[in-house]
Design a protein around this ligand. Sequence first.
Ligand code: CO
Length: 485
Amino acid sequence: MSLQKLYYHLENTYHLHSISSLLSWDQETYMPEKAYEERSKQMGILAGIIHQKKTTELREVLNDIDLSVLKGNDFLIVKRIQQDFEKWSKIPEKFAVQLSELTSQAQFYWDKAKKNNDFDLFSPYLEKLINLKIQEANYLGYEDCPYDALLDDYEKGLKSKDFENIIQSFVKEFYQKKSKNPLKNNPFFINIPALEQIEFANRFIKDLGFDFTRGRQDLSSHPFSNAISIHDVRITTRVKENDLQYMLYSTIHETGHALYELGLNTELIGTPYSETCSLTIHESQSRFWENNIGRSLAFCKFLAQKLKEYLPKYFHELNPDEIFLVLNYVQPSFIRTEADEVTYHLHIAIRFELEKALINQEIKVNDLPHLWNEKVHDYLGITIPSDSLGVLQDVHWSAGLFGYFPTYSLGSFYAAQMYLHLKSLFPNFDSEIENGNFEFIHQWLKKNIYSKGRLYNSNEILEQATGKPYNTNAFKQYIDSKIVF
Ligand code: CO
C-alpha cells in the first residue's frame, strides 16, 4: 500500500515536470518574444511546486516504506528515490524558484547576445547564474572542488580529476590531427529552401525509427530534444539553406535522444524504472546515431539512396564514398556541434576547463571571451572571428547546465564501445544499414539500454550491454578503423 502511494506520488510529480517541459519547449520554439518575463515567473512557480513534491511531500511518503523488505525492481527504485531525496532536500525551495526564473531569463538574453554578437548583453545574467551554481554546489557539498558537486547531476559520482585524465589522454593522442588529403567536392553544399530541408528531414528520421505519432520536430536557435512525456518527445533543428549537412546531422543527433526516450519502459511512469539513466547514456545514444551509424560507409550508401529518392530536384548522381569522406573529414572548426568526431573532443576539453575554472572561482566572466579565444587557438590552432562563433555558441550555460559537457565525450566513448560490440554480434550489420533496416539495432538498444531505466548506473549499463567495463581504447580503435591521418 505504501509503495503504491509512493508510485502514485512520483507519477504526479512527473506530470508536473511534463508541464514545465512543455513551457520550456514553447519558450524555445513559438513563444512571442515579449512574453519571456511572464514565462520565467510561470517556470519559477512550477519549480517551487515541483520542489515541494520532491522534498517535503516525498519525505512523508518515503517515511512509510521499509527498504529492507523490498525485492527486485521495487528495491532498486526505492533505493534510487531515497538517494534522489537526500540530494533534493539539500536545496531550499526559494533557491529552486530563483534558479528556474533566472535560467529562463538568461536563455532569452543569451539568444539575443548570440544573434547580435554581443557578449555584454548576456554577461550580467551569466555572472548571476554562476553565483547561483556556486551556491548550489555549496548546498550539495563536495570533497575536492565545487565543480564536482555539479558534475554529479549529469554523471553520478564523476569527479573532475577523473574526467581530466580521460580528456587529457584524448588530447595527447589526437592533438593537431587532420585528415590527410584535401576535400574535392562537398555534395551537401547545395541551395535547398528551408521548408524542403525540413520536409526531407522528417521523412528521413521516420525511416530511422522516429515515431511522429509520439513526437514532432520544429525549429529553434539551438537544437535540443525535450521529452515532455512518455508519448510526447519533441526535437528541434536549425537550417542553413546552402548546407544540408548542418541541419541533417543535428537532426540525426536529436533523433538518437528521442529514440532513447521513446523506447523507455511505459509502466511505472515517473519512477527510475521508466527514466533515462544519465546524460552520459543519453549522449551515447545521440552520438551513436549521429556518428557511429550516421557517418559509416554503409549509412552513406543508404543516405545517398534517400537523397535521390526524396530530393530528386537536387540530387542525381551521388557517390557514397565521397559522402563518407566529407562526413569523416577531420579539421579544426569553430562550432562544436558541427565538428568532426575527432576535433569534437578538443571543443569539450575547452569548455570543461573553462566552466570548471568559473565554478571554482579561478576566472571571471568578463575574461571569458578572451580566454575562450586563447584556448581555441591553443587546442585547435584557429582564430575565432566573433563571440557568436566562439564563447556564445552553446546554450548550456544560459540554461544553468554547468557540468554537462563532459557527458558528450563520455557518451561518444561509450557509443564507440557499443558500436564495436554490435558489429561483432551481427555479421550482416553493414548490409542491413545500407538497406535501411535499423530494427535489429532498435531491438538491441531497447533490451540492453532503454529498458534498464535508471535502475543501474552508466558504467553498469555499458558493462551489462557490451560484456566489458568502460574502456577508452574502444574509441581510439574505432577512429583508427575509419580515419586516415
Ligand atoms: Co545531445
